[in-house]
Design a protein. Structure first.
Length: 261
């Protein structure tokens, strides 16, 4: 059972511990969100974008690079948050035994797991913010409205960190993380309206895509980066919020069962 009295602001101690550890490698880690947008711009703008031409989306006609660029922020948030609470959290839990050491302190298990999720969301937000700045330099983000994507990225980071924690609680070995990546992350990456409008899919495909949290994060990204969207903003915000709360609870339950056993 998850106890509400097990939560306190002590979870920030764990968050701070992860931050201090991360400061040793942040320069290398931030190279990806710094240079990846430029690779996508050249690849899709000069390559695929020339072949595709224009895209009809949200009642407007966009160039392909305009359509795809905001989705890159959502993809970066998803990948950074999910991989942090799967591979990295698994290493801390199983190989480094960091969680065991923390449990020898007044910290509760609930606080440790919550801190892992919040830290992953923080890290993914930082990556998204860097990409936002880089894309803004190229003129693909409308400021100051684009700054709204920073808190939205944090919400999206919480959602994907939470689902990652659920998988960490049930995956027996680190080698098997390729299964949720193949069965969950890859379909979202391809079919959430990231690389083509959902209108290109059959009706059942559009319905399925709208279940993916990445779809709603990408829709919000397009709304705040270029001012165009198809899914209602409040619907997307509500969906991500509900998804986050449900999977934080499931993540806490799955991790508690694993660690207690």
């Amino acid at each position: 059972m998850i106890r509400l009295d097990a939560f306190s602001w002590r979870f920030l101690k764990v968050w701070k511990r992860n931050l201090i550890t991360y400061q040793k490698i942040w320069k290398v880690s931030f190279l990806t969100p710094l240079f990846e947008p430029m690779l996508y711009i050249f690849a899709f703008g000069l390559g695929l974008g020339v072949m595709v031409g224009q895209v009809r989306y949200g009642g407007q006609t966009l160039t392909y690079i305009q359509f795809i660029v905001p989705a890159l922020i959502g993809i970066a948030v998803m990948q950074n948050a999910f991989f942090e609470t799967t591979y990295t959290s698994f290493v801390r839990m199983y190989y480094q035994r960091t969680f065991d050491g923390m449990l020898a302190t007044p910290l509760s298990l609930e606080e440790i797991i919550l801190a892992e999720i919040v830290w992953a969301a923080t890290k993914s937000t930082a990556a998204g913010a860097i990409m936002l700045g880089v894309l803004g330099v190229f003129g693909y983000v409308d400021f100051p409205m684009g700054l709204v994507m920073i808190p939205v990225a944090f919400l999206g980071g919480l959602a994907f960190a939470a689902i990652g924690m659920v998988f960490t609680g049930i995956i027996p070995t680190i080698d098997l993380f390729n299964l949720p990546i193949f069965l969950f992350i890859t379909p979202m990456f391809l079919f959430s309206g990231t690389f083509f409008p959902l209108g290109n899919l059959p009706e059942w495909g559009r319905t399925l895509a709208k279940v993916f949290p990445l779809h709603h994060l990408v829709e919000l990204s397009r709304r705040f980066c270029i001012g165009v969207h198809e899914t209602d903003v409040w619907l997307s915000l509500g969906y991500l919020t509900g998804f986050t709360l449900v999977f934080i609870l499931l993540g806490l339950i799955s991790m508690k069962r694993r660690l207690i056993q």
